[in-house]
Design a protein around this ligand. Structure first.
Ligand SMILES: NC(=O)c1ccc[n+]([C@@H]2O[C@H](COP(=O)([O-])OP(=O)(O)OC[C@H]3O[C@@H](n4cnc5c(N)ncnc54)[C@H](OP(=O)(O)O)[C@@H]3O)[C@@H](O)[C@H]2O)c1
Length: 374
């Protein structure tokens, strides 16, 4: 007899993620799934850990491109142990450590598995979404692997064509996708200049492999970011970088246009500094979209490349095969080990989501459901 579990519910889309956390996020009871109603290819997991991603936050206000049906349970990517499996599941056994593929289950999907997010004691996923966890990863690292490393790989390699010997400027390098980008860029043989706003976080980024770090906090009150072009130019012998990985947006983007080589690739990855591009409460639209000056783009012969990992993969699934092979090979070889700075109990889910929003996390973060099972 399985115990009653718990899960997080988002009951309505807030105006902002933090309004959602304050007003619409709650913990409710969760019964063990009724396995008589499940499919022969289904798997029931006891969730051990779930990543707390930027997308998990943006989804709570309906400002992410995909909106789940309300109420929903957040947690795009999670890991756990197999509690039950249908007759057609043969690649894992009861008790195995597994992680899920967020493309095939959880809140970013549209079908029957959407309701099973990782912020919960139990989850159900189809066998295609169940991946055995490589031995070198713990549960917290496993759920922080795919979203971040697939994004970094797609942006740098597939979209940006980053080559060994090139130099890449990585913004938001202390974040989940940014730290993954530092790791992947080094594995591809590039020189990495990483940026952020905190020396403390940047020292970790450096210890994780960045060749150089630059604190972009302004020294001058009137500026939004420092004039980091000077440092980037000096680190590149006056030439500028070959590739910019921009997960931050806003003022960082514009200053970046001033420290690139002619013909550089500018990867638009995200806009952590200007999150309210779309309207809140799930109303969509993009009234506050970032803008880039066309004069600088022209003069630098820049290739500005919108790099949406999920959308591009849904558009052409074939780009994922080699990506997954490379990522898992690097994990098996001990070359990728996701950095997870904070692990929270699910009872503290609001604090956890606030910490992620307020930049307290370095690399990945995870929440662990705290109900003991018998
Ligand atoms: N293209 C894609 O396929 C894809 C996939 C996933 C995510 N994304 C997007 O990429 C962006 C980063 O995602 P993530 O998961 O890496 O987020 P994250 O873990 O929260 O990291 C974002 C980083 O941005 C930096 N930052 C600089 N200015 C900021 C500001 N004003 N407010 C908040 N953070 C600021 C922070 O570093 P410091 O504090 O050190 O400055 C922070 O570590 C988001 O916009 C996300 O939507 C894109």
């Amino acid at each position: 007899m399985m115990r009653q579990g718990k899960k997080v519910h988002v009951n309505a889309f807030g105006e902002t993620p933090m309004e959602s956390v304050d007003e619409y996020v709650e913990i409710v009871d969760q019964a063990y799934p009724d396995t008589t109603s499940l499919n022969s290819k289904d798997v029931v997991l006891q969730v051990k850990s779930s990543a707390i991603g930027w997308v998990d936050l943006m989804m709570t206000s309906g400002q992410y491109q995909h909106q789940p049906r309300l109420p929903y349970t957040p947690g795009l990517e999670y890991s756990g142990v197999v509690l039950w499996k249908g007759d057609d599941v043969s690649h894992v056994d009861i008790g195995d450590r597994v992680m899920v593929d967020g493309f095939l289950c959880g809140p970013r999907t549209s079908g029957p598995y959407q309701k099973y997010g990782g912020f919960s004691t139990y989850a159900v996923a189809p066998k295609e979404a169940i991946i055995p966890i490589p031995e070198s990863l713990n549960f917290d690292q496993a759920c922080n692997l795919l979203g971040s490393y697939e994004t970094a790989y797609y942006c740098l390699k597939t979209s940006g064509g980053l080559q060994a010997g090139e130099t890449v400027l990585i913004h938001g390098a202390s974040g989940a996708t940014g730290m993954a980008a530092v790791h992947i860029a080094k594995l591809l043989g590039a020189t990495v200049i990483a940026t952020g706003r905190s020396d403390e976080k940047l020292s970790i980024v450096k210890s994780q492999g960045a060749d150089y770090v630059i604190n972009t906090s302004p020294t001058n009150k009137e500026d939004k970011v420092s004039k980091f072009r000077t440092e980037v130019k000096s680190l590149t012998g006056g030439k500028g970088v070959d590739v910019v990985y921009d997960g931050v947006g806003g003022a960082i983007s514009e200053e970046s246009l001033r420290c690139v080589k002619f013909g550089a690739r500018f990867l638009i990855v995200g806009w952590a500094s200007t999150p309210f591009v779309a309207k809140g409460k799930g109303k969509r639209g993009a009234p506050n979209a970032n803008r880039l000056p066309t004069n600088l783009i022209l003069m630098k012969g820049l290739k500005v490349l919108g790099s949406p990992m999920v959308i591009a993969t849904q558009n052409d699934i074939s780009i994922r095969t080699q990506r997954l092979k490379d990522i898992f090979r690097w994990v098996e070889d001990g070359k990728i080990s996701p950095y997870v700075s904070h692990v929270f109990s699910m009872a503290d889910i609001k604090e956890a989501m606030r910490a992620k929003w307020n930049g307290k996390i370095i690399g990945g973060a995870a929440v662990r459901p705290d109900v003991e099972l018998i």
